[in-house]
Write a protein that binds this ligand. Structure first.
Ligand SMILES: [Fe+2]
Ligand SMILES: [Fe+2]
Length: 195
């Protein structure tokens, strides 16, 4: 098993974009939330979330991500269970469907963090602290908003994970709130744009 610090070093080495780093921190937080809820290995689940898109900048196309990244992770000594989970977050490209609870959790937590971030950022507070599930619900139906987020894909992933969709949204908001400053979603960006 690798440590969280080792995983973070891989992220820092391969990912320069602040928004991509934040995406992975958000998925890590959501994975940790569910690991605690299910009594699973929180470090393993968190590290899986933290690493899942580490190769996006060096493999910025869907033919290579995450397949080529998996080889790098294996070289770095990342356990096969985590590598396989990362491969299953893109089943349409890797041919590997999520089977374990860890794998289903990753797929369920991935895209939803992006939608939650987008909803938080269009609100005046630009904060997760006062973000409610109903705000996400409203934007869920607005297909022009964050049009790149495939709602149907999320619905399928969350159903497979076995959690109610809106309960899941509430859980992921709560998880992301725990690291709101690191995500830049603690309201600090609202203050800047008012200045
Ligand atoms: Fe990805
Ligand atoms: Fe992702």
């Amino acid at each position: 098993m690798i440590t969280r610090d080792e995983a973070l070093a891989i992220v820092h080495e391969f990912v320069q974009s602040p928004s991509l780093r934040r995406h992975m921190y958000a998925v890590e937080a959501a994975m940790r939330f569910y690991a605690r809820q299910f009594g699973e290995d929180e470090e393993k689940w968190g590290i899986t979330g933290l690493l899942h898109d580490f190769d996006w900048e060096i493999h910025p196309n869907l033919d290579d991500h995450p397949i080529k990244g998996a080889a790098i992770l294996r070289e770095r000594g990342v356990p096969e269970e985590i590598v396989r989970a990362i491969l299953t977050h893109a089943p349409e490209r890797t041919g590997l469907r999520p089977q374990t609870r860890l794998e289903k959790a990753l797929r369920a937590c991935d895209e939803i963090t992006g939608l939650i971030t987008a909803v938080a950022l269009v609100r005046p507070s630009k904060s997760l602290y006062d973000l409610k599930v109903k705000s996400v619900k409203k934007k869920w139906k607005d297909k022009a908003f964050a049009a790149g987020v495939d709602r149907q894909d999320i619905e399928e992933a969350v159903a497979e994970f076995g959690v109610d969709l809106w309960e899941h949204v509430g859980n992921v908001i709560e998880a992301m709130r725990g690291i709101a400053p690191e995500l830049g979603l603690d309201g600090s960006r609202a203050q800047k744009s008012d200045a």
